[in-house]
Design a binder for this molecule. Structure first.
Ligand code: ADP
Length: 521
């Protein structure tokens, strides 16, 4: 709730009216007051002028009466005569020493008095007049010096000025009435002027309020060419511009909405097409999976069926080489040797393909147990001795970190290590070095052992590195070494089956290092 004073201050119009009202009231009051006091002073001055001329007139008579002791008997007569005037209340003549010589009064209740002290009268020159206004009485003091005498006398006349007070009261009433009329008209004129001045501001304020609410206001009337008129005109211009911009924005919005609508229709169509394509892709994928399964089955059966006759062929070739069918000449030994080594390569390939197929088909059972890594590393190192010796290679096993037990399938990890170390032997020139090491690491959620096999061999180029784990990938110079190109693919499947990973780093001509991880027990 607003107090009246606060209510006045919420509007510039009310503030202006209140301010001007106070100013008008003060002005009318002050002007009235000054007119009344001017009128009173004017009337008093007139009365004083008349009183002084009366006093001077009587004073001349008194001066000649007081000139000699013989004529002083006339003084009471003169004083009595002047008191017969109805406007004179009392009259007195007194000596310069203060002694009253004669005194008279027109009304018995009026005391003969002397309001001014003698001291103030002493400095009066001859015929000089001094006034004293009190209540409803005007006292006139006149110094009287007889023409031949040396003594000084004073004449006091008391005039009744109650008339003056009643005239002043009348004037006051008249002025108050006129002031009230002036005030009322002034007030009306003032309100009209303030309204005229503030109306455009009120219009502007309501227009700006509408703008604040997001509405487009009506143009405000432009009254005159002053600053407020210019402001109103500019405001109207601004509204006009705003309206135009708004219409343009609405047009663009509509255009955009149409475009979005069109795009949505196109998108929906594309979506339908995508769904249809997705469906056909799904069907194709299902067919592919089926084919893959068929391929795996075929591969499994084919390789398994190849393995047995190949073992028989290998056995017969071994027997031929051992001379069970009689001594072989040099040419026969050569042919049997070559056939036998091809037979072994085929056996290795078939065995790798079988392994790969089994892992892919999920038919290779994992029998994991907790074992220290050193256990399998040493087993593989033992198997590799003849190969290492053949190429005069050194195998270093850094046992630190290998004593930690990890959880893995022993046969499968042996297979990985055999693959990596035999590759290292294969691709490292005579007199080189192979190092096997292990360390502990922590991944996103589990701790693991990282086993590394490093060699000082021919290395792998950076372009080839990403391909070496693919099936049948043989990189570098073609036919440089024997192999199936399946070893590393099998290693990766085994590592992943253990929830581990395998990767390689290499510098061409300097060596390669393979790492694989196994979760800790
Ligand atoms: P492969 O039976 O041919 O060795 P792998 O899958 O084991 O098949 O290896 C794939 C290819 O990776 C190899 O043919 C060889 O080019 C490269 N490779 C593997 N190990 C090494 C290594 N230690 N040094 C250099 N090249 C290597």
């Amino acid at each position: 709730m607003l107090y009246p004073v606060q209510w006045v201050f919420t509007s510039i119009r009310r503030k202006a009216i209140a301010g001007l009202l106070i100013i008008l009231l003060s002005a009318v009051f002050l002007i009235g007051l000054s007119i009344v006091s001017q009128a009173r002073n004017f009337i008093l001055a007139e009365v004083q002028r008349r009183a002084s001329s009366v006093a001077r007139f009587v004073g001349t008579d008194l001066a000649s009466a007081l000139d000699s002791p013989d004529s002083r008997y006339k003084v009471p007569e003169i004083v009595g005569r002047i008191c017969s005037d109805p406007s004179v209340l009392y009259a007195s003549v007194f000596h310069g020493n203060g002694k009253v010589i004669s005194s008279n009064s027109s009304r018995p209740d009026q005391m003969i008095k002397r309001s001014l002290p003698l001291g103030e009268l002493y400095d009066l020159e001859s015929e000089e007049v001094r006034y004293h206004v009190s209540d409803d009485v005007l006292e006139v003091y006149l110094s009287v010096v007889p023409p031949h005498g040396t003594e000084k006398f004073y004449f006091l006349l008391g005039f009744d000025i109650t008339d003056v007070s009643s005239i002043v009261a009348k004037i006051t009433r008249l002025i108050a009435f006129n002031a009230f009329i002036v005030y009322i008209f002034g007030l009306l004129a003032l309100i009209a002027a303030v309204n005229r001045l503030t109306e455009p501001l009120t219009d502007l304020a309501s227009g700006i309020k509408d703008l604040g609410l997001g509405k487009l206001p009506q143009p405000v009337p432009v009254r005159g060419y002053d600053e407020v008129g210019t402001l109103s005109a500019n405001f109207n211009k601004m509204i006009e511009d705003l309206g135009r911009y708004r219409r343009e924005v609405e047009k663009y919005q509509k255009h955009l909405e149409d475009m979005v609508g069109e795009r949505t229709v196109a998108l929906n169509e594309a979506n339908v097409e995508l769904t249809r394509m997705n469906e056909s892709l799904k069907t194709a994928n299902e067919k592919l999976l089926e084919l893959d399964k068929l391929k795996s089955n075929f591969l499994g059966i084919a390789t398994h069926e190849l393995k047995t006759p190949l073992a028989v062929v290998g056995g017969y070739l071994d027997s031929l080489q051992d001379g069970f069918a009689g001594e072989l000449n040099d040419a026969q030994t050569g042919i049997v040797g070559e056939t036998l080594s091809s037979c072994h390569r085929m056996e290795a390939l078939i065995s790798d393909m079988l392994d790969l197929n089994k892992i892919e088909a999920g038919r290779m059972p994992m029998e994991t147990m907790e074992l220290p890594v050193i256990h399998v590393v040493q087993k593989v190192a033992g198997q590799m001795i003849p190969l290492l010796q053949k190429k005069k290679l050194t195998l270093d096993i850094l046992e630190k970190g290998m004593e930690l037990p990890a959880r893995f399938d022993e046969d499968r990890i042996i297979q990985v290590l055999v693959n990596l170390i035999s590759n290292a032997i294969k691709f490292t020139p005579m007199g080189g070095r192979i190092t096997v090491s292990a360390k502990r690491g922590t991944g996103k959620s589990l701790s693991f052992t990282q086993i590394s096999v490093a060699d000082t061999g021919i290395g792998i180029s950076q372009e080839d590195l990403p391909r070496i784990f693919e099936e049948f990938a043989q990189v570098g110079e073609p036919g440089k070494e024997e192999g199936t190109g399946l070893g590393l693919a099998i290693c990766r499947r085994i590592a992943r089956a253990h929830r581990g990973e395998i990767w390689a780093e290499s510098v061409l001509g300097q060596g390669t290092i393979f790492h694989f991880t196994l979760p800790l027990a």
